[in-house]
Design a protein. Structure first.
Length: 189
């Protein structure tokens, strides 16, 4: 949504009370803000892993509770209003409805995902994972156990890496026209 869309009231409604200086400066009047806007944990690039977020909450004396994850590869915790206020954050995330595993971020029910430092993280109930005897955690895409795991958290880890699920190939005998025949067409005129 852009200020030129003529729908400023809809944009302004996304801004919570106490954040008007940001909305006024950036959307409504295109004016210099009264201070540099701060983003603390609103996006996948400004987010904070759930473990240090939990420790930060303890440091500030905020109620200890399991924390929802909004991005599963990095295990980014959702920053609530109380934490956002303490940190002076101006930005509220409007993230995707689905995380990097293809599962809904918000859910009617959640599963507890215990982190290696004891932090209790919450993932939507659609997520499926296994912990192998070697301590590695494997996450299934779309919560579908009929598919090969797409993510791996090593024993003692704090975030997931991607699994290589592609079949091997012979780099000297590639067949791209055959491999992509159903998705592209090539004409030799």
């Amino acid at each position: 949504m852009h200020a030129t869309d003529g729908n400023l009231s809809a944009l302004h409604s996304l801004v919570r009370p106490g954040y008007q200086h940001l909305a006024s400066a950036r959307a409504k009047h295109h004016q210099q803000p009264d201070r540099v806007p701060i983003d603390f944990g609103a996006t996948q690039t400004s987010g904070l892993n759930v473990c240090p977020l939990n420790r930060l909450r303890k440091f500030y004396g905020i109620e200890e509770k399991p924390l929802e994850i909004f991005e599963v590869i990095q295990m980014l915790g959702t920053v609530d209003d109380e934490m956002r206020k303490i940190m002076g954050s101006d930005v509220i995330g409007l993230n995707s409805m689905y995380d990097s595993a293809g599962c809904p971020i918000k859910s009617d029910s959640y599963k507890n995902f215990p982190m290696n430092d004891g932090t209790q993280a919450l993932l939507s109930s659609q997520h499926e994972w296994d912990v192998a005897p070697n301590g590695r955690t494997y996450m299934y895409p779309l919560g579908d156990r009929s598919l090969a795991p797409s993510m791996l958290m090593p024993e003692g880890g704090y975030f997931f890496g991607l699994c290589n699920r592609s079949p091997g190939w012979d780099k000297d005998n590639l067949t791209p026209l055959e491999d992509f025949a159903s998705t592209i067409s090539v004409s030799f005129a």
